[in-house]
Design a protein around this ligand. Structure first.
Ligand code: NAP
Length: 483
């Protein structure tokens, strides 16, 4: 009998899982989606300028090449269109239960009891397998600045853009200078009367060689699928080649630093502004911003970079110790609660053990996919599977292939779970590989917990990850069912 599979989340991960099940002839699955539409991060992040800094042809499923990309680097509406296209083409939309939030998943010894909440109230259903596909960047992080609630203007997080609020002629404060801010600041600056950008830590920024595809190129991609394949392969290999030069300790001080400093020199003529934009930590430690419009926006007369620490928010604006900035809009481009995997869901495994408790010192999972004590529970884009140099969609496809390889074992022997020894070996290997990377160097980033444990990133080549996830599930997994 085909396993009953609950997929939680209808973003890139959840849709990929659903499509692979559908293609394997397994139709006994349900996709639960909290929001009113599919799309995950690409539904949520609709701020002006939102896009991806991984090229379009690579930031897509390997099995669904798309001839419609209009640019080298996709913008948010195009990515969302692509996801809708995939949901329709592979006929998985009918399986998505929208506006249905999973509150709890409890393993009862043989199966998972999944409790959801929707307009129809709470409901508990039984599934053999649960696939968590909620991503790493799904819960906005709001800073804890005194007075935020007293602000009399309009404020919102970059991932919850208020499209009803026209920014034309407004005085706008943007707090944060990560990838989201770098993308939205140039667009907002075109409309705002004045934009104050509050920077706590400068980022390393390198250019994004974006361009629209001309009609001939698009026609060539449409008519010659082989060309798309070759182009994708080339981008993939190129990205893979940047891993150690950009992200290994010591190495990133070479080429990446030079590249970023040259970009800064080329785009910001004022040495005083340049100095304030120059980071004092190794390149790659935080996610490098890949953008060619950010620095030019900062040289506009209606944009001010504020580097004094924010003291408080008042009803009229933002105060630092030195000055007061009167604004009518505050945009919090302050990132996500990235290290709190699966929160606020309650996940209870074998013998009543809670996943939150197991992860109190930081999330971890074998291959980023499974956790001892939690049979038949799998994750997509779980702990230590984020990349700073290549496409997450590649990683998701590896994870889905791994889960698909586990399913026949579930069918044959009942619930399976990863052995503690496999988990321990995985942790040791991860620690060794992690020590070579630059992320542990002195910087604060969304890759790590408050006490410095790197829970988000994969510290090796994606080719290695593919090899590891392609190994047969035995001997790492064991059956734990009564049989
Ligand atoms: P982020 O990189 O975590 O940046 C958050 C920003 O908010 C940082 O500048 C941070 O300063 C600042 N901040 C947080 N709390 C603050 C406080 N209390 N006071 C002042 N500043 C504060 O978040 P993000 O820009 O949304 O990007 C998150 C990730 O999403 C990216 O790294 C990337 O992986 C992904 N993303 C990708 C793209 C793309 O093109 N592919 C686009 C957007 C986002 P500190 O640096 O000092 O902490």
């Amino acid at each position: 009998m085909a396993p009953r599979v609950a997929i939680i989340g209808a973003g890139f991960g959840g849709l990929c899982m659903a499509i692979r099940l559908e293609r394997a002839g397994i139709h006994t699955y349900t996709v639960f989606e909290r929001a009113a539409d599919l799309g995950g991060t690409w539904r949520d992040n609709s701020y002006p300028g939102a896009g991806c800094d991984i090229p379009s042809h690579l930031y897509s499923y390997s099995f669904e090449k798309y001839a419609s990309w209009t640019r080298r680097y996709p913008e948010q509406p195009e990515i969302l269109d692509y996801l809708h296209h995939c949901a329709d083409k592979y006929d998985v939309r009918r399986k998505i239960r929208l506006r249905t939030e999973v509150r709890r998943a409890v393993f009862d010894g043989g199966a998972w009891q999944v409790t959801t909440s929707s307009t129809e109230g709470e409901r508990t259903e039984t599934f053999d397998v649960v696939v968590m596909a909620v991503g790493q960047l799904n819960r906005p992080h709001m800073p804890d600045i005194s007075g935020m609630d007293e602000f009399e203007g309009v404020s919102f997080h970059s991932a919850r853009w208020n499209h009803d609020h026209d920014l034309t002629g407004r005085r706008v404060a943007v707090i944060g200078t990560g990838s989201s801010a770098a993308q939205l600041v140039p667009r907002v600056a075109e409309r705002a009367e004045h934009l104050y950008l509050f920077q706590r830590t400068p980022n390393w920024v390198i250019p994004k060689p974006d361009a629209a595809f001309g009609p001939l190129t698009r026609m060539a991609f449409r008519c010659a699928p082989g060309l798309q394949r070759a182009y994708r392969e080339w981008i993939y290999r190129y990205a893979e080649g940047t891993l150690y030069p950009a992200l290994a300790q010591g190495w990133s001080e070479g080429l990446l630093r030079q590249r970023a400093l040259r970009h800064l020199r080329d785009q910001v003529p004022d040495p005083e502004l340049r100095a304030r934009l120059t980071p004092d930590y190794p390149p790659g430690c935080k996610r490098v911003v890949i953008d060619s419009s950010f620095y030019p926006a900062l040289t506009r007369p209606n944009v001010s970079l504020v580097t004094d620490r924010i003291a408080r928010v008042t009803p009229k604006g933002v105060h630092t110790a030195e000055s007061a900035y009167e604004v009518d809009t505050i945009v919090y481009a302050t990132g996500f609660k990235s290290t709190e995997f699966l929160v606020p869901m309650e996940v209870v495994g074998r013998e009543g053990r809670s996943l939150g408790e197991r992860w109190k010192d930081g999330a971890e999972a074998y291959l980023g996919i499974s956790v001892p004590g939690f049979p038949n529970l799998f994750m997509l884009y779980g702990p230590n599977t984020n990349l700073g140099h290549n496409s997450i969609i590649f990683m998701i496809e590896c994870q889905v292939a791994h889960i698909m390889a586990c399913l026949p074992h579930v069918g044959a022997s009942g619930p399976i779970e990863v052995r503690p020894e496999a988990m321990a070996a995985w942790r040791r290997q991860l620690d060794v590989a992690m020590s070579r990377m630059v992320w542990g160097a002195g910087c604060r980033s969304w890759y790590k917990t408050a006490d410095g444990r790197i829970t988000n990133n994969w510290p090796g080549p994606t080719t290695l990850y593919r090899r590891l996830t392609a190994r047969p599930p035995e001997p790492a997994y064991r059956a734990v069912g009564p049989g």
